[in-house]
Design a binder for this molecule. Structure first.
Ligand SMILES: O=C(O)CCC(=O)C(=O)O
Length: 415
């Protein structure tokens, strides 16, 4: 068996265990039932799980099946063909096969498209930079119907996303359209995930554990399974079983903030399958970049004060999406490792230290494993990258994330 690229290897505590928990706990809600009943069920599911599945949702099943078919046809294309629509630093939409979650590579390839083309997002994460950046979709030439089907499908799931948003607002005792204005210039996007069969299911994940940032996600998955949600009560990973023709809904950080923690954005991940490939299609329902997130005033009072200070959703989004560089020990090709260290404080004494950072190379140096240390048995573990850009990227201080964690809503937490 070929060796696994170390970029994919999860830390031991993040790996999936071979024993799968069998449970039907994640609620399945029939949207064709009486609205009052549905609102109650959704409220309960949001409080307990932040995850549920919906059936009789109004999205055409024929369209869903065309979407799945064209997605498979796209990912079945030769790599050179897919790379013609590859995303890069300038254009973050299109095909990509190198996604990382918390600094570990995901075992998957993706295709991303905006719900609104073009979409405007902040040009940078810097709080004082008011410039906007225009981003646009890019489309592959094949399969020829791919673009039309994706656009039609995104339009239909967007309608479902509004419907769910409405039901969630009602479940919080608010008018159904309370949050609609936040989505006028939404920056939502549709992603198609392809998880190839993976010979290392005990080491790699399809997507590492994470929370979604926006209001909510509407996800279609095939019959293979692999999505897991972390149960709040005990932290156990619970599989979200495929239900034919259902959509999975999960809450995102924006809803957690709006609801002042009444509902939480659940942590989830995707385990890989050693025999079968898997497809999933999430629609990330994201507010407009200029929306300021804070707990809704109707849900805040003296007994239940706001738990978050106001912050800008667009900046939060951009900070979370600054792609992770795999920052590890490059020149020695991992023969030597950069040691993690920290400093603890002293409750009584002050302390001084004077580090001299010896030496930072000149900015134009391209970092890669030294060729004398690389051979067939020990191939290069890093692709070449520019030290200066890496340095600047690491030093954009602001949020605490960098190494493993992207910016999270707890950075804005008051309590
Ligand atoms: O594939 C799935 O089931 C979930 C995908 C996901 O969590 C993501 O793309 O962020």
């Amino acid at each position: 068996m070929a060796e696994i690229d170390p970029a994919f290897i999860q830390a031991p505590e993040c790996r999936s265990k071979p024993k799968v928990i069998e449970t039907d706990e994640i609620p399945v809600i029939d949207l064709s039932n009486d609205t009052k009943e549905v609102v109650l069920e959704i409220g309960e599911a949001c409080k307990t799980w932040g995850f549920f599945q919906v059936i009789n949702h109004g999205v055409s099943l024929e369209l869903l099946s065309r979407m799945k078919k064209t997605s498979k046809e796209f990912f079945d294309l030769p790599m050179e063909e897919k790379k013609l629509a590859k995303r890069d630093e300038v254009n973050p939409l299109g095909y990509y096969d190198c996604e990382h979650t918390k600094n570990v590579r995901d075992w998957k390839e993706v295709f991303d498209m905006l719900a609104k083309d073009p979409t405007f997002v902040p040009a940078s994460h810097e709080p004082d930079d008011t410039q906007l950046r225009t981003i646009r979709n890019q489309w592959p030439a094949h399969p020829p119907e791919f673009r039309d089907v994706c656009e039609e499908y995104a339009g239909e799931v967007e309608k479902l996303a509004y419907k769910i948003l409405e039901l969630i607002s009602l479940s919080l005792g608010l008018p159904g359209d309370r949050l609609h204005s936040c989505f006028k210039d939404q920056i939502s996007f549709l992603r198609v995930n392809h998880y190839p069969a993976c010979p290392f299911p005990e080491l790699a994940l399809g997507v590492g554990r994470h929370k979604d940032g926006g209001a909510l996600t509407v996800l279609a998955q095939d019959e293979v399974g692999g999505l897991e949600v972390r149960r709040k009560s005990d932290g156990v990973w619970i599989p979200v079983k495929p239900v034919p023709d259902a959509f999975i809904i999960n809450l995102g950080d924006a809803t957690q903030v709006w609801s002042n923690d009444r509902y939480e954005s659940p942590e989830h991940r995707v385990v890989v399958n050693s025999e079968k490939e898997r497809f999933s299609i999430p629609f990330f329902f994201f507010p407009a970049h200029y929306v300021m997130l804070k707990p809704l005033e109707e849900l805040v009072n003296e007994q239940n004060p706001a738990r978050y200070r106001e912050f800008n959703w667009g900046k939060f989004f951009v900070s979370r999406n600054r792609s992770d560089f795999k920052k590890r020990e490059v020149w020695s090709n991992e023969r030597y490792e950069s040691a993690e260290h920290r400093v603890v404080v002293n409750s009584e004494k002050e302390r001084f230290s004077i580090p001299f950072f010896f030496f930072f190379p000149v900015h134009y140096v391209m970092l890669k494993p030294l060729e004398e240390l690389v051979n067939e048995q020990n191939p290069a573990r890093y692709r070449e990258f520019n030290w200066g850009k890496f340095f600047v990227y690491r030093n954009r201080s602001d949020f605490k994330k960098r190494d493993v964690e992207n910016v999270q809503i707890y950075h804005f937490k008051i309590l």
